[in-house]
Design a binder for this molecule. Structure first.
Ligand SMILES: [Fe+2]
Ligand SMILES: [Fe+2]
Length: 528
């Protein structure tokens, strides 16, 4: 994956994603392999590895890196063969053997034809089981394994249009891309200064969204004196900005609720925590600097004195300058939409990613480390240059999102010196949110929650100190080396620490974490 992983040199390797069984196509394949190998010296001989399920295929790729020349996907592969083919199509040559009784490409002729065309455009070779004879396999093995042809051009060398087209094909964007709900579209077209009546007209017909808005505004977080009964009242009482934020949250939740993966709540908690951190980190904590709206927003976090004092001491808001149109909460909510889009468009892709997260973690732990590589590196490893930012970028483009949000979605892991402050803010909020709710790694896997637990333990042992002092000491002494090691391993841009030094940042996040956690969980329940 990086220079640290030893490169497996040597014999070319074919990964067979299937189960070993007395099947004619497998016998034909073996026969053509033997025929080729008889002509080769031992050190050039083609080897093969059998992987029964899709995550084993990913593991084999990881272990053997450049040796894998071809992946043969048979009808017996456990997991979603089409996803494996799409994800890995630029990583190695892929041949799929299709047996309509076991692994058809779709449930009806039209879908089958479309999927086949789409996969073939990605360079996947598809063969029906009856035609998978040694005459078929022999030239395939020669061309793909022995000729040294690479599986595909690098994304970097393509024009933006070619690049977008290729990404869409790999995601099967035509049939699988989620569309933006009508209410979200209508609300995006409204101006903050439009009349409450106009806002109500855009939302009223959408009963689920309307219900969530009223439920949230009547919750303890908002504590209005009288009950909010209509959207018109809601806009008047809570500001159109708040309504826009809730509508966005409802839309994202609605869209991605349909993903079959069971981790949507985990994703949602991560996104909400990122939004709540981002919003709080830029709110002035000093009453003298708060506008009346900021004062109200600040009070909704229900911070205790110690938490307010820490925010006031660090004054982070003074170092982050947002543009008028920037919305930190919405940006935080949406920064990782590419991750769930990937799950929607490539069913079972999460299993491949999490399989590698697991292996990486075991290897890191064997070295006494908390973490090996970031999830984004794992995605890029599997999909060759495609990661959730690239996928999110296609979504942002199709949804015609604001350029500032599009930038957040496409670059939150790629912070440069001159990146806009909104981007830096979301990158920071994303790190902070990962200490509470990482995604897709679990809290047991991700290093930040573990560091957080260690800080907690150290703080408890420091009786007689203020919380701020105790956390400061815990970060400076008890967890310092591990924190630095993890930040290096995750390849976090140092430009973030020009805004606030990392020790101060993690101290602040730790201190306000309980309030971010409760705000996220309450919001999750209210939008559910
Ligand atoms: Fe991300
Ligand atoms: Fe994230």
């Amino acid at each position: 994956m990086t220079q640290e992983t030893p490169k497996a040199e040597g014999n070319p390797l074919i990964v067979i994603g299937d189960q070993i069984a007395p099947k004619a196509y497998l016998a034909a394949f073996m026969q053509s392999l033997r025929a080729e190998n008889e002509l080769l010296d031992a050190e050039e001989a083609i080897k093969y590895a059998v992987c029964a399920d899709s995550s084993d295929v990913a593991q084999a790729l990881r272990r053997h890196l450049d040796s894998v020349k071809m992946i043969l996907i048979g009808p017996g592969l456990l997991g979603n063969a089409i996803t494996v083919a799409r994800m890995l199509s630029k990583k190695a040559h892929i041949v799929m053997v299709i047996d309509n009784a076991i692994n058809p490409l779709g449930s009806d002729p039209a879908t089958i034809m479309k999927t086949q065309k789409n996969l073939e455009e990605l360079g996947v070779i598809i063969v029906m089981v009856k035609k998978a004879t040694d005459e078929f396999f022999q030239p395939v093995v020669k061309d793909y394994v022995l000729s040294g042809l690479t599986a595909g051009a690098d994304l970097a060398s393509m024009s933006p249009e070619e690049r977008a087209d290729l990404i869409d094909k790999r995601l099967d964007a035509v049939s699988k891309f989620p569309s933006l709900p009508d209410t979200q579209r209508k609300v995006s077209a409204l101006d903050d200064l439009d009349s409450p009546k106009k806002w109500a007209a855009a939302i009223d017909e959408d009963i689920p969204t309307r219900t969530v808005i009223l439920r949230i505004l009547n919750s303890a977080r908002y504590s209005f004196r009288s009950r909010v009964e209509t959207i018109e009242q809601a806009v008047t009482l809570a500001s159109s900005k708040t309504i826009r934020e809730i509508v966005t949250a409802c839309s994202i939740r609605q869209i991605f609720q349909k993903t079959a993966e069971g981790t949507i709540d985990q994703f949602w908690r991560h996104s909400l925590a990122t939004g709540f951190y981002a919003k709080l980190l830029v709110l002035p904590a000093d009453p003298a600097e708060q506008s009346s709206q900021q004062k109200t927003e600040f009070e909704r976090y229900q911070l205790d004195e110690e938490q307010v004092q820490t925010l006031q001491d660090i004054k982070l808001w003074q170092n982050i300058n947002l543009e008028e149109k920037d919305d930190p909460f919405i940006s935080g909510l949406m920064h990782d939409v590419g991750k769930v889009t990937m799950l929607m468009c490539m069913e079972d892709s999460l299993e491949l990613v999490t399989a590698l997260i697991g292996t990486e973690l075991e290897e890191a732990q064997a070295e006494g480390k908390l973490w090996a590589h970031s999830v984004i590196e794992i995605e890029r490893f599997l999909m060759k240059d495609i990661d959730h930012q690239v996928i999110g970028g296609r979504l942002a483009n199709k949804w015609e999102l604001d350029s500032s949000i599009e930038l957040v979605i496409t670059h939150h892991h790629d912070i440069q010196e001159h990146s806009p402050d909104l981007l830096k803010l979301i990158a920071l909020a994303n790190l902070a949110a990962s200490t509470l709710f990482p995604y897709p790694a679990t809290a047991e896997q991700h290093p930040f929650p573990q560091l957080s637990a260690r800080i907690e333990k150290a703080v408890k042992s420091k009786a007689g100190m203020s919380l701020d002092e105790a956390v400061n000491e815990a970060i400076n002494q008890d967890t310092f080396e591990d924190l630095v090691d993890v930040l290096n391993r995750l390849d976090i841009s140092n430009h973030l620490w020009e805004i606030v030094d990392f020790k101060t940042f993690f101290r602040l996040c730790y201190i306000i974490a309980p309030k971010i956690k409760s705000a996220s969980i309450a919001f999750l329940q209210q939008t559910g």
